[in-house]
Design a protein around this ligand. Structure first.
Ligand code: ADP
Ligand code: SF4
Length: 686
């Protein structure tokens, strides 16, 4: 059987109520920081998924009323008919590419803050809202419930008028009113909407029935439901009420889209849920309980696993958010038997972080994500070369690899030189740390692609200096030499008062640890003024190796940036479980052979933390010696610094920088400078 036939099961059409999906690939709703603020960008991004072969392309949670106002987050919005044209942009392009368009209608209840609308926040019972804000939600009375049902029904009609084929009722992620009504800890009502599961499910049943009544002749009605809260007996469990609810509503929706809640459990990172299909144990009962099609998620990228999930009767549709972000063309590649060409999601949740930050989506693996409209980037195609013929890329980290790959795709003869004996740069180093093995996919995917091309030469153990480069006679040079962690403790919190490092102090940098060096025997302090993710991983590694670790940080929690990747709570609890002592709100004032001197971030009061060594995770220094030397020669037509050497950041930033450099190579400089990227300007006409 050839590869394509082996996966033919995945390309069977499936009926969902009154509509038919062309295959089993289903892009479930996912947030993206585009939404109602950047509707053209959202439409172009969704169109790419449709072009890549997804049979269903969903938008994201879509506010149905001003009492569900998620501002300043950029989610979907369908408050009234004036929002229809922006959503129409998406349905039109998705239909053009042969896919069905789905909309996730949402009333976010006490998850909404209503900052813009200043409306009262609604909930089943009086509760504080799901944000640290001086506001409480009010229990909905019967007329509120009647109104809410009317808003939902009206929004369903507007969704149909906007061209959607599938309309969701949403009870997931602890983020919507129907979910809040279902959960006993959020619903303490004593009327017919509270108490027994049947009563708590009343609102959901009404919404499903009324949505069908309103639009069910032309649109399918999907129900997104979190079957388990992963709270054990303290929450809804798949084995108990989760199952009972599916049994109760079994054939009411046209499709079950099932997952676990909250969002950090649903979109778990590979650091905490390394296996694809990590939700199967919770959702696998659903298909036996309903005759309607079922979609499930779990970071699926392996077509063999997808086939086995359908064969085993776990799902009808392969649901995906992140795998469709990392590779919008995943279905097409499977259909064409090009399995090795799949750009696999690494489960890092940088995509999620952008929604948290209210900025356009980006992805570590797919640098074109979110750039489809504003830069016109396509994940699978790039303009062919113009006049130049060759290029040299120095450094095979994520920036150098991506730049080389895209230059090669454009048709240049590309030479890639790497000083060490292996490719990957920081992903090779970081991918060896606990839980981060999947990050090496960033290099693996690119190396495989480069090996398929005859116009690329890769040289390892080639530490190039300015003279060797001049001898090569290549006029176009991209320098991707990366960055190194500094070892003097200077970072964001210690710029005014630099730490005093005693001559006998034993200091290691993250690079030392990643190269295999270890602190001498005795207690070790990991000092984190980077506050992103690395210090937390290094502390975990050292604690796993049996070291006595104290984690010191000026921040008020471990790795605060990882709140954006939904990992912070897990990281902090893992360190606690491993016996790491955590000292927050402490700046490093000095270090000697016996102790770190720390000062309180608020009072400046100093104390000592005994240790025989410290790992200092503060900031990086750009590696620009080679670039500076090359620039001084003035011998090159193109000389560009890219990746961490140009601007230290995330792996996603390095990949993006390499991609951008390759796209812009030989582009008219006027063109590059004239317009940084397209913007969606607010209309002043009304
Ligand atoms: P980025 O994230 O920007 O890709 P990395 O630090 O991951 O940066 O990778 C930089 C790579 O550049 C490393 O693999 C390093 O070995 C390599 N490198 C640094 N200096 C040179 C040089 N002079 N010649 C060749 N390779 C170099
Ligand atoms: Fe996957 Fe990371 Fe891309 Fe998100 S950002 S889709 S988790 S690779």
């Amino acid at each position: 059987m050839n590869e394509a036939n082996r996966y033919s099961l995945l390309f069977e059409p499936v009926q969902i109520g009154p509509v038919t999906a062309r295959n089993r690939f289903y892009q479930v709703p996912h947030c993206n920081g585009l939404g109602h603020i950047r509707p053209k960008a959202e439409a172009a991004m969704r169109a790419m998924k449709a072009e890549g072969g997804w049979a269903v392309v969903s938008n994201q949670e879509t506010e149905i009323h001003p009492t569900s106002d998620l501002s300043p987050a950029a989610e979907g919005r369908l408050w009234d008919a004036r929002d229809i044209p922006a959503l129409r942009l998406m349905t039109d392009v998705v239909h053009d590419k042969g896919a069905l368009a789905a909309i996730e209608l949402a009333h976010n209840g006490s998850h909404a803050t209503n900052h813009l609308s200043r409306a009262p926040v609604l909930a089943p019972s009086d509760v504080t809202i799901d944000a640290i804000m001086p506001k409480q939600a009010r229990a909905m009375d019967k007329s509120d419930i009647r109104e809410f049902r009317r808003w939902h029904r009206d929004a369903a009609i507007r969704a149909r008028d906007a061209g959607f084929d599938i309309v969701y009722v949403y009870a997931g992620h602890h983020m919507s009113l129907p979910h809040h009504f279902l959960l006993p800890h959020m619903n303490t009502r004593i009327d017919e909407y509270g108490g027994s599961l049947e009563n708590r499910a009343r609102l959901t049943r009404e919404l499903l029935e009324e949505t069908r009544e309103a639009v069910g002749d032309t649109c399918a009605v999907a129900f997104r439901f979190a079957v388990d809260e992963i709270q054990g007996a303290d929450g809804m469990q798949a084995a108990e009420e989760g199952r009972a609810l599916v049994e109760m509503l079994a054939d009411l929706p046209d499709l079950w889209d099932v997952n676990v809640s909250g969002w950090s459990n649903d979109s778990a990172t590979t650091r905490f849920e390394p296996q694809d299909g990590y939700q199967n144990e919770y959702i696998s009962f659903v298909k036996q309980t309903t005759s309607k099609p079922v979609v499930g998620v779990g970071r699926f990228t392996s077509p063999d696993m997808m086939v086995s999930m359908v064969r085993k009767g776990i799902v009808d549709f392969i649901g995906a958010a992140r795998p469709s972000i990392a590779d919008p063309f995943l279905p097409k590649k499977i259909e064409e038997g090009r399995i090795a060409d799949i750009r696999e999601c690494i489960g890092c949740n940088i995509c999620v972080s952008t929604d948290m930050l209210g900025i356009p989506i980006r992805c570590t693996q797919n640098p074109t994500m979110g750039e489809e409209w504003r830069r016109g980037w396509h994940p699978e195609s790039i303009a062919p070369r113009e006049k130049e013929t060759d290029a040299l890329v120095i450094g095979a980290g994520p920036a150098g690899l991506e730049c080389t790959l895209q230059l090669a795709k454009r048709g240049y003869e590309v030479t890639l030189a790497e000083a060490s004996d292996a490719v990957g740069g920081r992903v090779l180093r970081e991918g060896k740390l606990p839980g981060l093995a999947a990050w090496s996919r960033v290099a693996d995917y690119r190396v495989y692609q480069l090996q398929q091309r005859s116009n690329v030469q890769m040289f390892m153990q080639s530490q190039l200096g300015a003279e060797e480069i001049a001898e090569l006679g290549i006029a176009n040079v991209f320098v991707a030499t990366g960055a190194h962690w500094r070892g003097d403790g200077i970072g964001r919190s210690t710029l005014r008062r630099r730490p005093e490092l005693g001559v006998n102090a034993k200091v290691l940098t993250p690079d030392d640890i990643m190269q295999g060096h270890r602190p001498p025997d005795g207690p070790v302090v990991v000092y984190d003024d980077d506050q992103i993710y690395l210090a937390g991983v290094l502390a975990e590694l050292l604690a796993q190796e049996g070291r006595d670790v104290t984690f010191v940080t000026p921040a008020s929690m471990v790795s605060p940036f990882t709140e954006n990747t939904l990992e912070q709570a897990r990281i902090q609890s893992r360190l606690i479980e491993l016996g790491v002592t955590i000292r927050c709100n402490r700046l490093m004032a000095g270090l000697n052979a016996q102790a770190v001197r720390v000062s309180c971030a608020y009072t400046g009061r100093e104390e000592e933390v005994g240790c025989s060594s410290a790992v200092l995770v503060t900031e990086r220094r750009r590696e620009t010696v080679l670039f500076d030397a090359l620039r001084d020669t003035g011998n090159f037509r193109t000389l560009e610094l890219i990746g961490d050497a140009a601007s230290p950041g995330l792996i996603a930033d390095a990949v993006y920088s390499g991609h951008m450099a390759a796209r812009n190579f030989e582009r008219d400089p006027q063109d590059t400078n004239a317009e940084w990227f397209r913007r969606e300007i607010i209309s002043l006409t009304s």
